[in-house]
Design a protein around this ligand. Sequence first.
Ligand code: NDP
Length: 287
Amino acid sequence: MNQVTIIDGVAVSRTLRQEVSSRAAALHKVGVVPGLAVILVGDDPASAVYVRNKVKACEEHGLHSTLDRLPADTTEIELLARIHELNEDVRVHGILVQLPLPQHIDSHKVIEAIAPEKDVDGFHVANVGALMTGKAGFKPCTPNGVMKLLEAYDISISGKRAVVVGRSNIVGKPMTMLLLEAGATVTVCHSKTPDLAVHTKDADIVVVAVGKCNVLNGAMLKPGAIVIDVGMNRNGEGKLCGDVHFASVCDVAGYATPVPGGVGPMTITMLLVNTLESAERVTAQHP
Ligand code: NDP
């Protein structure tokens, strides 16, 4: 019988969030409350849930948060003006614009309008460039959360063969850079990769961020592989599922993340960490 360790993202998240609370309390003592400003444009129900969870997590861990709910017909100029106000607001240490934005707004322009030192999502080109060149900057929350999970389970990365499935700007590409920076030999697969299993069968670590159920199963893995499932999908019955066939993966893998309860909780946790660290940095610069 294969012995798989299920990576518990809820537990790792809890420990990190406790640390956020105590570091936030230390800032409160010097009169600083770490602040996150969230902007939601339009009324996409999934986005509304994500935003609510982010605001709630801030409240629970000693961070101050504001939520701008702007109507779907908000113009790009109006949105950019609001971002400029928040850039100037000293109570705001992190700014997050929930994506996707309505079609008439250029998301790229909006992200670039956020001051890089408040871009706690890590999507601004300055932070993307910092990640590419191994410099300090905000790291995107989901891939950085994956790195924290690996760290929490003492999984070494240096010298390992890693495969990242998916090449999006928010997950796949930054995940690739973080694994590379940690010393892995990384292969990136995507929709044009002819035979995914050729790559995954050779991998010590597989991170899947595709957005489709059952893209990876146990037969596509090397025994003992570490499998990280970033996917959050609804199956035919409306049930939440990841990108991997969890049961068959558990028959072969050494470690695996469940969905829910794996990578999911880490994303908001890393948002709290980034906002807190932004506040700590400003406080250290202007005590
Ligand atoms: P995108 O749709 O932006 O990217 C998906 C990637 O998967 C693309 O690079 C695409 O390739 C690739 N792909 C599509 N089909 C296949 C296939 N059959 N085989 C290999 N690669 C394929 O998605 P995201 O990166 O934004 O999200 C991925 C998943 O992660 C989603 O389920 C999303 O909900 C989830 N997610 C979860 C988060 C969390 O907090 N847990 C946070 C963010 C995302 P190509 O580039 O060629 O089109």
